[in-house]
Design a protein around this ligand. Structure first.
Ligand code: HEM
Length: 129
């Protein structure tokens, strides 16, 4: 029927897998972000972000099947997220997005992804500093 989701248009599971793997490689060596993660193992956190983003962009709904309604702002309440944490998160995400080749992410798709991430990161801020 010609309807294609953003998820499919940018390469489906492989693209979201690459994006979140690359993002968590950056988190793992980020001095600001790494201490916020309660678990030694970042793999479960990587999987939750991957499932969430896949669902948000029109892919499988595994995130909500497993976790229910996202309620992301509430789920981030245990972590102090000020402008410094927001910027660190975005730095990692920009690096991850830049690592996805132009064959999968054209300029419009890249722009949509970056705009969304900037809006989402800002909306997670729960501390003035
Ligand atoms: C969970 C940090 C922004 C999506 C988490 C966790 C931490 C964290 C420490 C717990 C790790 C875990 O799940 O085991 C941050 C910081 C942010 C940020 C410092 C800075 C702004 C975002 C944004 C999104 C996001 C913008 C979505 C676009 C998620 C998801 C989970 C999560 C889906 C798992 C929620 C669940 O099902 O329990 N985040 N996050 N985060 N974060 Fe973030």
């Amino acid at each position: 029927d010609g309807a294609t989701t953003f998820y499919d248009a940018v390469g489906g599971a492989q693209t979201f897998d690459d994006l979140t793997r690359r993002f968590y490689e950056e988190v793992a060596r980020d001095e600001i972000l790494r201490p916020l993660y309660p678990e030694e193992d970042l793999v479960p956190a990587e999987r939750r972000l991957r499932m969430f983003l896949e669902q948000y962009w029109g892919g499988p709904r595994t995130y909500s099947d497993e976790r229910g309604h996202p309620r992301l702002r509430m789920r981030h309440h245990p972590f102090r997220i000020g402008p410094i944490e927001r910027d660190a998160w975005l730095r990692c995400m920009h690096t991850a997005i830049d690592s996805i080749g132009a064959d999968r992410l054209d300029d419009d798709h890249r722009r949509a992804l970056v705009d969304y991430m900037e809006m989402a990161a800002e909306s997670m801020v729960n501390s003035p500093l």
